[in-house]
Design a protein around this ligand. Structure first.
Ligand SMILES: [Zn+2]
Length: 323
């Protein structure tokens, strides 16, 4: 019996103005039998570190000798934002496209992020399925986002197994704001355009390694491999809520200190009008905004960074589609 193999290759994503090469590592796991190719990456927003830790543990746990097909894994898709522990890249590096997840499939002669994406896309475009690991801001309920109406992507999202699945409208179906915010350039969306099923797990919040969430991430990834018949075994059936991501988040209409309503819990159903919290003037103590849910739905994110400016997101509420 032949054995599965692992290899790691350092590739150059782009060059910085000084000539320094921006590199990252691509892990390749080849199974004993033929099968699909799964591409998985983490940390294209560098402060979103739970995914990188998921891939380290996945590396230790993947049973190579029962793998069919190939897994390509990039734990640090964006080394620049990783080193800055940031979400976006400062103007000095990319004054055109600060957010890497708005430029896919990239452009080899474009801005820095476009070049980085284009280099990774050479690898990604060989894949039969894609998992792009992200995290949100505190507090966020772990969930998986997939394209509304895309059954193959939905199957992967269900296999990953978070309690909440969010479908997102894309392309012609999407609202104007979706286009204005450049969401068509997300990796998941660009891949779906190429007919590659793809999901975006959002593994709780950034900057911290959260033990439970990382374990769920490793289990979720192995479960995706089972759904693709790359590993033996069945995908467990789970109870879940399917909701639709909507762009009309509860936002701050005033700047100040935001105190979330005590007792609110992520994952709870909130009817329209439910109090979310209060934005205060920290100097005069005057309440400036009583924030409330703008519709019925599942509360899946609530900001804990209390100093807010007008326009900041305070909470995210998803419309429930199926229970
Ligand atoms: Zn992200």
């Amino acid at each position: 019996m032949t054995a599965g193999t692992h290899s790691a290759e350092e590739i150059t994503l782009a060059r910085l103005p000084s000539g320094v090469a921006l590199t990252t590592t691509v892990h390749t796991y080849r199974g004993v039998d033929d099968g699909p190719t799964l591409y998985v990456q983490a940390a294209q927003h560098g402060r979103e570190v739970n995914g990188a830790e998921v891939l380290r543990r996945f590396h230790d746990r993947l049973p190579l000798d029962s793998l069919s097909g190939t897994v390509l894994a990039v734990p640090v898709a964006n080394p620049l934002t990783f080193d800055l522990v940031s979400y976006i890249t400062p103007e000095e590096f990319d004054s055109v496209n600060p957010n890497m997840n708005r430029v896919w499939p990239g452009d080899p002669s474009g801005s820095l992020h476009q070049r980085m994406a284009a280099r990774l896309w050479e690898i990604i475009s060989q894949a039969d399925a894609i998992v792009d690991l992200h995290t949100g801001s505190p507090d966020m309920l772990p969930h998986v986002v997939y394209r509304e109406g895309d059954d193959r992507s939905r199957d992967l999202a269900e296999a990953f197994g978070t309690d909440l699945l969010l479908s997102e409208e894309a392309g012609e179906d999407a609202p104007e704001e979706w286009h204005r915010r450049g969401f068509a350039g997300k990796l998941r969306v660009a891949a779906a355009e190429e007919d590659i099923p793809s999901i975006t797990p959002e593994l709780a919040h950034n900057k911290q390694i959260l033990e439970d969430v990382v374990e769920d991430g490793v289990d979720g990834l192995c479960s995706v491999l089972r759904a693709l018949e790359m590993l033996p075994g069945d995908v467990p059936d789970r109870d879940r809520t399917v909701a639709r991501n909507h762009l009309g988040q509860v936002t701050a209409s005033q700047s100040g200190l935001f105190r979330p309503e005590p007792g609110l819990e992520l994952g709870q159903f909130v009817p329209e009008g439910t109090a979310i919290g209060t934005v205060y003037d920290p100097a005069s103590y005057e309440p400036r905004q009583e924030a409330a849910a703008d519709r019925d739905g599942v509360l899946y994110a609530l900001t804990r960074e209390a100093t807010v400016i007008a326009g900041d997101q305070l909470a995210s509420i998803a419309l429930v589609r199926e229970d």
